[in-house]
Design a protein around this ligand. Structure first.
Ligand SMILES: Cc1ncc(COP(=O)(O)O)c(C=O)c1O
Length: 453
């Protein structure tokens, strides 16, 4: 037994040493020195090379929707790879899985959206949306409409254009700032609104007015699109009040600004509907997705456009073709896995589970708000939820240090819960059971007690 323990410890130490050669996302050496070396997963559980078992309440990066360790997807990928793992989508070539997935997705989100372009992830999808918006206006004879407006605390990815749309300055300062042609407007955070608000105005109205003012300031003839997540994810699970999206959609229409909805986190069951837009009456011109489309089993993303935009694209003269695409656009194995993943979400009733377990989770988070003076603002939709960690409920002042300490204590107790800004967010796999939700809530309670002590 001792020998086995020594072997395991040795293997873990070797891997940690090897991992030190890797420049991880959002890198700082202090951040990765204790990284969990995950070697296996099953449902909501992760197992590490140093023998830990952890309930992953973030489904990795909000994306492992069907849960870890699914063998059906492994089989689909295996069989697809035996046939044709990958072939180009450029230059007159295509493949059956990408055709079948495009067909499955036709009308799946909205009846008037039947045309999909595939990417390998969310950031590529953001760039693809922005370029497609610009291209659309170019073909419509309005080539000056190129600017992109997004929201403070919105997260749209990390390529140069996606970073510029991302509304968090910590991602800009060290990388040359925001590209020309990108502007940010306040987000309609009902708990902590940071824009200006006139007397009698709701947060939703004030934030919508801020968008209209930004469009007028920039000049409507220069603005191509406005991009927004249905619920801000990385910005702290911010849910706008009812009415906000009606107002901003009307403003976009008024000034001929395309509305891009970013469903990268919210899509494919996360919020208890197929898409986050469903709960807010969002009918965009462009919809972008990634993450949950394959539950993370293969890298895949994409955008969908309305039939109106498709018709404009299809009507372009050949010398003005949509000159955009990636080597892995329509990757055969990724698309085969995506198709099977959607079928599993349907077959296993994961939307219903997301609704039922989401309600249980939110109840539990609300009980924590009642129990602890430093926990406030529990909110959620389906299995996308959070609470804020604050100095006090009166001041609402964020306590990021305590949030960090709570998260560390929880991890020691076998629960991965991610502090983002002043919040701790929860987005477990959609297959989570009632017992696992209860473990999550109870552990959270213990972790808060320990961190405060
Ligand atoms: C809403 C949203 N859009 C885009 C992205 C970027 O996706 P990726 O990291 O796959 O490039 C993310 C990633 O978290 C996201 O949350």
């Amino acid at each position: 037994m001792e020998e086995l323990d020594a072997m395991i410890a040795n293997n873990h130490a070797t891997l940690v040493e090897q991992d030190s050669r890797q420049l991880h996302p959002m890198y700082h050496p202090t951040r990765t020195e204790n990284a969990a070396m995950v070697e296996r997963g099953d449902g909501v559980w992760l197992y590490t090379t140093d023998g830990k078992k952890i309930l992953d309440s973030m489904a990795s990066l909000w994306n492992v929707n069907i849960g870890y360790g699914n063998r059906e997807l492994a089989q689909v990928a295996y069989e697809q790879m035996l046939d044709i793992a990958y072939s180009s989508g450029f230059a007159g070539m295509t493949n059956p899985p990408s055709a079948q997935l495009a067909d499955k997705l036709a009308g799946f989100f909205r009846p008037n959206m039947n045309f999909t372009n595939f990417t390998s992830g969310g950031s590529e999808s953001s760039d693809t949306s922005f370029k497609t918006a610009r291209y659309y206006w170019y073909l419509r004879g309005k080539a000056g409409k190129t600017k992109i407006i997004s929201r403070v605390n919105g997260y749209h990815g990390m390529t140069l254009a996606a970073t510029s749309a991302t509304g968090m300055s910590k991602f800009h300062s060290a990388f040359g700032g925001v590209l020309d042609g990108f502007a940010h407007v306040p987000n309609p955070n009902p708990y902590r609104y940071e824009g200006d608000r006139r007397e009698g105005e709701s947060v939703a109205q004030a934030a919508a007015r801020a968008l209209e003012e930004a469009i007028l300031r920039e000049g409507p003839e220069t603005v191509a699109a406005f991009i927004s997540e249905p619920i801000q994810g990385a910005g702290g699970v911010m849910i706008a009040d009812d009415g906000y999206f009606d107002l901003v959609q009307a403003i976009c229409k008024r000034y001929e600004v395309l509305f891009i909805v970013d469903e990268v986190i919210c899509g494919f069951g996360r919020t208890g509907n197929w898409f986050g837009s469903d709960a807010f009456g969002i009918n965009p011109d462009i919809m972008q997705f990634a993450k949950g489309v394959t539950s993370g089993y293969m890298p895949l993303g994409g955008i969908q456009v309305t039939d109106e935009i498709r018709d404009v694209i299809n009507g372009a003269p050949e010398e003005q073709s949509w000159m955009h695409g990636y080597t892995y656009s329509g990757h055969a194995t990724a698309c085969a896995v995506g198709l099977a993943n959607i079928e599993i979400i349907e077959r296993d009733g994961l939307l219903e589970n997301s609704q039922r377990m989401g309600a249980r989770l939110l109840n539990g988070l609300q009980a924590l708000v009642e129990e602890f003076p430093v926990i406030d603002n529990a909110r959620g939709l389906g299995l996308m939820a959070a609470f804020d960690v604050v100095m006090s409920k009166e001041s609402r002042e964020p306590d990021a240090k305590l949030a960090e300490a709570i998260s560390e204590a929880a991890l020691e107790m076998g629960l991965r819960a991610r502090p983002i800004a002043e919040a701790i967010a929860f987005a477990p796999p959609l297959c989570i059971t009632a017992g696992e939700v209860d473990f999550l809530i109870n552990t959270m309670g213990d972790a808060i007690t320990q961190a405060r002590g």
